[in-house]
Design a protein around this ligand. Structure first.
Ligand code: PMP
Length: 361
């Protein structure tokens, strides 16, 4: 029962999109071929890339001063490509917020390229909370500030935008991209892999101010140079045709069926409230991990009083058709991921299971 898929990623996709993908694997009507066997050089695929970009621009309200690229290598490749572009040869320091498992990985990769200052490190507090504005002394001289808007493993999410507007702001939005509207102007570079809110694994969206590309250091291999991908309209080499096509269908769904990002954000907030209410009703039994004000609307991370109870809960959940509720391997515990395609009724069913499980325990 895919509608009860609470996986942290790759995550659930809308049922209507899956049905269209299924048909397209058989045959894309406009082309008369299987989606899996269409050339990336075809006019059809060029149109797919263009429409996907157009839809993302429309959903986010992105002006033309930003480029949109579809790349491979996941968000992890961006951990490396970004300091190559913005730090290499600059004699500047990049500032990073180390707020969890994933942003810590970004720090490690940037250190290979140049000077990195960790402005705030949440590790000693178990990455349970995020920094407040007055805890950050951002330097006006920094090459850029990097942070992750949503920490998928620990279940924290920024509900404001950290940093200063006179320093480049770079954001890993992998786990909350297109889940809510954003103030695009605040960002200079945004990246997000598809496999949470946008589609299957295989494609990563990079949105960057075009002016950043004026000053690209030399010696960057073409495949790692954003300019190659921009010049080729994201068809520099063979792109993940399947993943980009599914992303196109998801952007149409977000626009036409959901009604855009403000509507999506409202649904996502209602879903998260549904689970956090259960947690807050009995916080010694359902122990939420994140500080209340920094709770993620995408990943609800919690534990139970014992490993045995957690195992029992997962067993019951599986019996009821729920999937993907195990915590990240680095933390254990439980995690319910509420990406865009997870429906409110599915979340209500999970909340109901949690309440029943508590009563019986
Ligand atoms: N950033 C975040 C916030 C993530 O959740 C993940 C993976 N779940 C990554 C980066 C790494 O992404 P990838 O596996 O696409 O390299």
């Amino acid at each position: 029962m895919d509608s009860r898929n609470f996986s942290a990623g790759p995550g659930a996709l809308p049922a209507g999109v899956l049905a269209q993908v299924q048909a397209a694997v058989g045959q894309v009507p406009e082309v008369g071929l299987s989606l899996l066997g269409i050339s990336h050089r075809s006019d059809w695929f060029r149109a797919v890339v263009r429409e996907t970009e157009r839809n993302i621009r429309e959903l986010l309200g992105l002006p033309d001063s930003y480029a949109v690229l579809f790349l491979q290598g996941g968000a992890s490749l961006q951990f490396a490509m970004i300091p190559m572009l913005l730090l290499r040869g600059r004699h500047k320091t990049a500032e990073y917020l180390r707020t969890g498992y994933w942003s810590a990985k970004a720090v490690a990769e940037a250190r290979i390229e140049g000077d990195v200052r960790v402005l705030w490190d949440g590790e000693t507090e178990g990455y349970r909370r995020l920094p407040k504005a007055d805890e950050l002394s951002c330097s006006p001289q920094a090459a850029y500030l990097h942070y992750a808007s949503n920490e998928t493993v620990e279940g924290t999410q920024f509900h404001g935008v950290p940093g200063r507007d006179d320093v480049l702001r770079v954001c890993d939005m992998s786990s909350d991209f297109l889940s809510r509207p954003i103030d695009v102007d605040k960002y200079d570079l945004i990246y997000a892999h598809a496999q949470k809110n946008l589609g299957p694994a295989g494609v990563t969206v990079v949105i960057l101010r075009r002016e950043l590309l004026q000053d690209v250091p030399t010696g960057i291999p073409a495949i790692l140079d954003y300019r190659s991908h921009l010049a080729a309209e994201s068809i520099y080499n063979t792109p993940p045709v399947f993943a980009i096509y599914v992303a196109l269908l998801v952007t149409r769904w977000l626009r036409d069926d959901i009604g855009g990002l403000t509507a999506m954000a409202g649904i996502n907030a209602a879903k998260a409230r549904c689970l956090y209410d259960v947690i807050d009703q009995d916080p010694t039994f359902y122990q939420g991990r994140a500080a209340r004000e920094d709770r993620s609307l995408m990943n609800v991370v919690f534990s139970l009083p014992s490993f045995e109870l957690e195992t029992d809960f997962l067993h019951r959940a599986t019996q009821e058709g729920f999937a993907g509720l195990e915590g990240h391997r680095s933390l254990g515990g439980l995690r319910a991921s509420l990406y865009n395609a997870v429906t409110l009724p599915a979340v209500e069913d999970l909340a109901q299971l949690m309440r029943e499980f508590r009563r019986r325990a």
